[in-house]
Each structure stands twice: as C-alpha cells, then as structure tokens.
Design a protein around this ligand. Structure first.
Ligand code: PHE
Length: 449
C-alpha cells in the first residue's frame, strides 16, 4: 500500500483549511449581517457562536476524518468501531451536498473572475450604464458567465489533478498569505478615506437595540456556513492531517483566521460606505460587491488597480472554497470506487462541466426554465441550504456525539493522551452531544421560516 497522503507543512495545512473556510460568506455576507445586527453587538454574538458551536463541530468533523483517514462515506461507515453501512448514507449526503453547492459556487467564482478581467480591461468603468446595469449584463449574459464558469471548472480541476500536497497545499500556501496582504492593503486604503472614522464607529460600537432572537440564530448560521461545516470538507481534509497535529489548535487557528477575515471586511466596507455616503446602498451579497464597492472604486484614483485587486481577492477566496468542496467528491470517488486521482478528476470534472454550464446560464438565457418557480441556480442554493446541509450537519453531530465511541473522539482530541486539557476536551464532547444538535435544529427552523 502506498503511504497515506498528508499535508507536508503546518502552514500548508492551515492555509488549505482556512482557504476552504474563507469565502464569499466572510466577504459578502458578513458585512450585511453585521449591519442588521447592530455592528459590534453582532460581532460579539458571532464570536460567541464560533466558540460555542463552530469550533466544537469543526472538531467533531476533524476527529471523524483523521481517525478514518478516508473519504466522508467511508468515515461514517467505519468510524464507530464496527461497520455501519447505513450511516454511509449520511456521509454520502454530505458528498452530494458538496457536489451540488460546488455547481453554483463555481458560477459565482466565474462572476468574480469576470469582474477582475473587466476591471483590467476597463469594461466595468466605461461609463455605459450604471453598476446595476453592468451587474445584470455580466451575471445574466449568455457567453460571459458561461466562459468564465467553465474556466473556473478547468482551473479548479487542474489544481485537484496536481494532488493534495502539490495542488491544494501548495496553491493555498501561496494564495492565503496573498489574500491577507490584500485585505490589509484595502483596510489601509479604506481607513485613509475622508470620513472613514464614522464607519469604524458604526462597525465597532454595539447597538444592542438591534439584537433580536433572529440575530442570534443568524449569527449561528453564519458561523456554521463560514466555517464550511456539514459538507464533510473537514472530514476529508483532516484525513490529510498528520497524527501529531493538534486538532484543537488547528480548529481554533482556522476559526480565528476566518473571523479575522470577516472583521477586516467590516473594517474595509463600513468606512468606505461612510466616506462616500453610500449607507443607503445594499451591503448584502452581490449588490455589495458588484454595485456598492465598484461605486467606491470609481471614486478612487487608480480605479482599475483597486478594482482588479479586490476582485482578485474575491476570486482567491472563492476558488479555494470550491477546491475544498470538489475535493470531497474526488476523495470519495478515489476511495469508494478505487479510482486513480486522475480518473476521479476527469469524471467529476466531466459531470460538473455541463451542470455548471447550464447553471451559469440559468440567470440569463435559461431563466425561463424553472422548477418549483426557481431557476437552477436558486434551486440548488435553496435545496442545499434549506434541507441537505442541516440534515447532514445534524447527522454528523449525532454520529460523533452518540454513535462513535467516546474514547475514539477523545483519542483524536488528545492525540491518544499526549495532549493536555482533558476538561476542555470533555466539554467539547459534551457540546457535540447535547448542545450542537438543538442549535442546528434552531438554525434549520430559522432558515425555513
Ligand atoms: N465557508 C465559505 C464561506 O464563508 C462557504 C463555503 C461553505 C465554502 C461550504 C465551501 C463549502 O463563504
């Protein structure tokens, strides 16, 4: 048997895992959530959610993955001491969810890349129409989204084809530091704008009058999504962690870096919005990055440079996330169907190409084709977020908390008794057992309402 595949360096391991976590959730979802939750009051609640729910569930995924050292389906089948084939279905649900999410996430990655190119060529700032018109043109067009989406699929799979260490690890070890540098540069730019301080004050002073029960549940959901929990990504990646890696340290480092990215985004967005009096503009999702921020860039000297760098940052964040999603699928094909990595990449890539192609056009030329009133993009988004992901996350916590022997979980947390901190590890195990399942149910009910 060949030696198990493992990440080679700690930097690479952290970079790959942070690469998965840091995505559009940090960049285009967090600022809007923070705005509606009263700035720092949301931030405080969010930090609590990361500590109470995020880190323990991340540890549950990691423990399952590292002890099984196989794909998500195999981990569920063999993770509990004896074979439990029925639980394999739960692992398979995670893999299928990752596959379906990667379809529309690759489309979004394509948009960000298209925006980067259009920033460089000047198309975005040629003055023909508002940024909202431009967004419709770029997102709902026919050839643009298609070409860029397919380009992202090819880029994504060329990284996966290169393998875990030579592809995922090496790329992440380059791109993640670059992402942090870019974020810091944008913080400096944003903070140096006239009037920026008002934005900082808004972001960092709590307004508890805006906090409701929904704020807390949204913060829980945001923590879950931002840390990429429930897809089997950490199960898969932890299978590549060496035996000496401390899971607690890794989960904490990754969660804090993910949090840092969200906070830095707040420090970028709120001052910029205050400086240009764009408070009435949307800070949510596509409108924030494709309309509000281009307004900001258009008012800065060297528009094309800032705009291109920002969309580069966004593309990096998105691509490293899609890589982790598709690696879940690849690892499953390799271990379940005994395929070579090459064949697995060709098969998964071959399946994704047409699906992504159709999905990329579902906002434009194919927008007339609907299922249950939703185009393909929205359908995939809703079905995965509203049903598949919550069930898969709940299944994971029940499995690790109740089905997997507690000693197996503890052995992974303590590295077979060599790491100190038993009371903390016990608290983590208790959380996964008793606290996480009801909280996940709560998030689920909130998404359905
Ligand atoms: N964590 C990513 C984000 O914050 C989203 C994501 C979820 C990416 C699941 C991959 C898998 O945007």
């Amino acid at each position: 048997m060949s030696a198990p595949v493992e990440f080679k360096s700690r930097l690479g391991l952290i970079a790959a895992t942070v690469g998965s976590a840091v995505g559009l959730g940090n960049i285009w979802r967090f600022p809007a959530e923070a705005q509606s939750g009263g700035g720092a009051s949301f931030l405080l609640i969010y930090i609590g959610c990361v500590l109470v729910l995020g880190i323990p569930v991340a540890l549950a995924e990691m423990a399952l993955g590292r002890q099984a050292k196989t794909d998500s389906v195999g981990a569920f089948v063999d993770g509990a001491g004896r074979r439990r084939p029925a639980w394999g279905a739960m692992g398979a649900l995670g893999v299928l969810t990752a596959f379906l999410v990667s379809v529309f996430y690759l489309v979004v990655t394509g948009w960000t890349f298209e925006y980067m190119v259009e920033s460089v060529t000047g198309g975005l700032y040629d003055g023909s129409g508002t940024f909202t018109d431009k967004m419709h043109q770029y997102v709902q067009g026919s050839t643009g989204p298609l070409v860029y989406t397919l380009l992202m699929v090819v880029l994504n799979f060329s990284v996966l084809l290169a393998g875990v260490t030579k592809g995922i690890e090496r790329l992440s070890a380059w791109l993640m530091p670059l992402l942090f540098v870019l974020l810091l540069v944008f913080c400096v730019v944003s903070l140096s704008l006239p009037g920026a301080w008002d934005g900082v004050v808004f972001f960092l002073s709590p307004d508890f009058s805006r906090v409701t029960a929904t704020t807390v549940v949204s913060a829980l959901g945001q923590a879950f999504f931002s840390l990429s929990l429930g897809f089997g990504i950490l199960v898969t990646y932890a299978g590549y962690f060496p035996a000496r890696t401390s899971l607690l340290r890794t989960a904490t480092t990754v969660s804090l870096l993910d949090l840092l990215v969200a906070v830095l985004m707040g420090i970028i967005v709120f001052p910029a919005v205050a400086a240009f009096s764009l408070q009435d503009h949307s800070l949510a999702g596509t409108a924030l990055v494709f309309v509000t921020l281009p307004e900001v860039f258009a008012s800065l000297p060297a528009t094309a440079v800032w705009s291109a760098l920002f969309f580069l940052l966004l593309s990096i964040a998105a691509l490293t996330s899609t890589i982790s999603l598709t690696e879940v699928v690849i690892k499953c094909l390799i271990d379940r169907l005994h395929m070579s990595r090459r064949r697995a990449c060709l098969l998964a890539g071959g399946l994704l190409l047409p699906l992504c192609a159709v999905c990329s056009m579902s906002m434009g030329p194919l927008s007339g084709y609907k299922v249950a009133g939703l185009n393909m993009f929205d359908l995939l988004d809703q079905v995965t977020a509203n049903f598949m992901l919550p069930i898969s996350a709940l299944g994971l916590c029940i499995y690790v908390g109740w089905v997997m022997p507690r000693t197996t979980f503890m052995n992974q947390l303590t590295n077979h008794g060599t790491l100190k901190g038993r009371p903390l590890f016990r608290a983590v195990a208790m959380t996964v057992r008793w606290v996480a399942p009801p909280l996940i149910l709560l998030i689920w009910i909130n998404t359905l309402l």
